[in-house]
Design a binder for this molecule. Structure first.
Ligand SMILES: [Zn+2]
Length: 244
């Protein structure tokens, strides 16, 4: 399998190239480009979230902890005092980074369910939902964010498979076939739980921006009219979007 540096540098490089091309043909605004490169790079290490000891795990849970703290700050400041919100955000940050990561390590197995196309689809869908509901992106950019995460994860799985080929010995290593798979057929319980989580995401997904029956205001807008990242997402807007 490829190491951390290979995964993150290849994913970031391909992410930068794809983002530049999208910018060139006007698929997204310049302000959105850095987040797409970062999401692709993060996706490039995401499947190793189940590795017991790796830099990927530390990085992934630190990013997740920052996102959770940010969401707590965004939502909580409308309802509680700043001191309370800061305490909750700090608790979430420490809890996710130091406690949830340990629980995750104890309950998962490397190169099992998280090294699969099912996990890639689920995490990408969750990224699109987070981007839409908590980072104030329009449907199109939210799906593009999910696509950037998906691209990074697919690069990771493909790289792991490439490193399973011993070119000098002209043979396949024992690890061949364990990284790029639809789902982990050897662990039906874990796979079923993951598939259930993906299905449960359905109501939270952004509307599909290319649907022909979408109101004009929700269809593709000119790049200049796309929404930009904002720290003012509020939980009420979440429910408003769910029940327009
Ligand atoms: Zn891997």
């Amino acid at each position: 399998m490829a190491n951390f540096r290979t995964h993150i540098s290849v994913a970031a490089g391909i992410g930068a190239a794809a983002t530049s091309y999208g910018l060139y043909i006007g698929l997204w605004p310049l302000a959105h480009a850095p987040s797409l490169v970062l999401l692709t790079a993060l996706g490039g290490v995401m499947p190793d979230i189940d590795a017991d000891k790796s830099r990927s795990v530390r990085l992934i849970f630190t990013v997740l902890a920052i996102v959770a703290a940010f969401i707590a700050l965004s939502i909580g400041r409308a309802y509680f005092s700043m001191a309370v919100v800061l305490c909750v955000a700090l608790g979430l940050y420490v809890g996710i980074r130091d406690a949830v990561s340990v629980i995750f390590r104890l309950t998962t197995r490397h190169r099992a369910s998280w090294h699969s196309l099912l996990a890639s689809g689920g995490i990408s869908a969750a990224t699109a939902a987070l981007s839409y509901h908590f980072f104030a992106q329009g449907p199109r950019l939210a799906w593009i964010d999910g696509g950037a995460m998906c691209l990074g994860m697919l690069i990771h799985l493909a790289l792991d498979e490439c490193f399973s080929i011993d070119l000098e010995g002209a043979r396949l290593k024992r690890s061949f076939g364990t990284a790029l798979k639809f789902f982990d057929y050897r662990r039906p319980v874990a796979t079923t739980l993951m598939a259930g989580a993906v299905v449960a995401l359905w109501p939270w997904l952004p509307p599909w921006p290319y649907a022909s029956d979408m109101p004009a205001a929700r269809c593709i807008k000119p790049v200049a009219a796309q929404s930009t990242p904002s720290l003012s997402a509020d939980i009420l807007s979440v429910f408003a979007r769910q029940n327009p």
